[in-house]
Design a binder for this molecule. Structure first.
Ligand SMILES: [Zn+2]
Length: 87
């Protein structure tokens, strides 16, 4: 049994803070060294990707505000998609 209603607000707030933190911390407006955004999407959607590719992309994302923001958006999209298909 899973009950995540208790934490939902805190989690949302955490997500927002995390997003702001990343955006301020590692701005990369020129998208230097960024992977293709479709790869970020594939990872967020748990598609099959080579582990070394995931490792590389995740390592980059931790140091890149732009990719972090994209990744968070794709994760949100995935969560929505999951909920939509669960019903
Ligand atoms: Zn990037």
């Amino acid at each position: 049994m899973e009950d995540n209603t208790f934490f939902s607000e805190e989690e949302e707030e955490f997500g927002e803070n995390f997003r702001r933190f990343l955006v301020q911390r590692h701005p990369n407006p020129e998208r230097i060294g960024c992977p293709d955004s479709s790869i970020l999407r594939d990872i967020a959607f748990r598609r099959k990707i080579a582990p070394e590719t995931i490792e590389k992309v995740v390592a980059h994302t931790m140091k890149c505000s732009e990719c972090s923001r994209d990744a968070l958006d794709y994760v949100a999209e995935y969560e929505e998609h999951k909920q939509a298909t669960a019903e």
